[in-house]
Design a protein around this ligand. Structure first.
Ligand SMILES: Cc1ncc(COP(=O)(O)O)c(C=O)c1O
Length: 367
């Protein structure tokens, strides 16, 4: 089976993990600090704070902003559930805009339409590695005085014009096992705001400035040295790996164009996609259901995934939640019925890519 994602771990990671194990220092220490420094340079933001995972990165970001009690955060209805759970965990109210059907990310118009007097922040998601339209979302937020938290869990290195994602307000990256940078679990928070970075560091470490000197009620969101050691060497290879993803995406698009009723992913002008996922849409005009195509791919040995089968609010636990405000989100509803992701990761060989193209085409050719 050609997997939908694959982790690339080499001897550099092995050596650094071994070095950490032998150092006797396992909890947050110098390797975490090095990761923060190197990601800071790599991502082009002034401060980076490493945390346990991408979900708590979002929670900590929202908490560090000190939004007024009862504030609403406007986010995308088409995202992984962590985005919504983080808003709720931070004690805030979630409200949803809608997505651009071409790139699956939150639109400024939809935010403008649903935002109200209690809106204090927006939380765009750079889904699949394609950045949201920060060139419109950022000015809108600035005009209205809203904070910006970017969910960049899937988008390490993505850019809008020459601005890296995670530099508009607070950026939250995941290092989960399937992400473009993979520690197993882990998260990184980026910001240009020194005070916010300071508060994030306090929140991460039980609110403690120096030993037993507590300045605020905090958490244990610390990253371990082992997590940092697994991911640090990957950072040096990330640019090359991202180029490979883009080249794979180009090959897939070349091989899959022209199938009636199948829409291929596009990149919005001025934005740089990092191809965490290559996601096609199977519309009703294709004559095949998504389930049929997925089954054909499984039989052909090609891994695939549906990210995500429903808009994030469309479960009883959220429909009945007093702090989840649901409206009309037709583009997200439609995307959740049509999307199917196929392998694009950098470990695919030329033969794998040919096999993926053949299998997808085959799903529509077969009787
Ligand atoms: C869009 C999105 N947001 C948030 C997260 C949460 O990250 P983590 O799994 O590291 O907690 C993920 C990944 O899992 C994600 O894909």
């Amino acid at each position: 089976m050609i997997p939908i994602s694959a982790v690339s771990i080499g001897t550099d990671e092995e050596q650094l993990v071994l070095q950490v194990l032998r150092s006797g220092r396992l909890a947050q220490g110098p390797v975490v600090e090095r990761l923060e420094q190197e990601f800071r340079v790599w991502s082009g933001t002034h401060h980076v704070v490493a945390v346990t995972n991408g979900t708590v990165a979002l929670v900590a970001a929202l908490e560090a902003l000190r939004l007024p009690a009862g504030s609403e955060v406007v986010t995308s209805p088409f995202t992984f559930v962590a985005t919504l759970n983080a808003i709720l965990e931070a004690g805030l109210v979630a409200r949803f805009g809608d997505i651009d059907p071409r790139d699956f990310t939150l639109t400024a118009e939809s935010v403008d339409a649903v935002a109200g007097g209690r809106t204090s922040a927006i939380l765009p998601v750079h889904l699949y590695g394609h950045p949201a339209d920060m060139s419109r979302l950022e000015p809108l937020a600035r005009t209205r005085g809203w904070a910006i938290v970017e969910d960049a869990a899937q988008a390490h290195g993505a850019r809008v014009a020459d601005r890296p994602v995670g530099s508009s307000g607070v950026g939250c990256f995941s290092l989960y096992a399937t992400k473009n940078l993979a520690a197993g679990e882990g998260g990184l928070i980026s910001t240009d705001d020194l005070d916010l970075a300071d508060r994030l560091r306090l929140l991460r470490n039980q609110g403690m400035r120096a030993r037993y000197r507590y300045e605020l009620a905090g958490h244990n969101y610390r990253m371990t040295e082992l997590q940092a050691a697994v991911v640090l060497p990957q950072l040096a290879r990330l640019e090359a790996a991202t180029k490979r993803r883009a080249e794979n995406a180009r090959r897939l698009t070349e091989g899959l164009s022209g199938i009636p009723g199948v829409e291929l992913p596009t990149v919005a002008p001025g934005r740089t996609h990092v191809w965490h996922q290559y996601t096609i849409r199977i519309t009703s005009e294709s004559g095949r259901s998504r389930g049929e195509v997925a089954e054909f791919l499984t039989r052909s040995g090609v891994g695939h995934g549906v990210y995500y089968p429903r808009p994030v609010y469309d479960y009883p636990c959220y429909r009945e939640h007093p702090r989840v405000v649901i409206g009309d989100h037709p583009a997200a509803e439609r995307a959740s019925r049509e999307v199917l992701s196929i392998p694009v990761h950098p470990l695919l060989s030329d033969a794998d890519l040919d096999a993926v193209v053949r299998a997808v085409r085959g799903a529509f050719d077969a009787g």
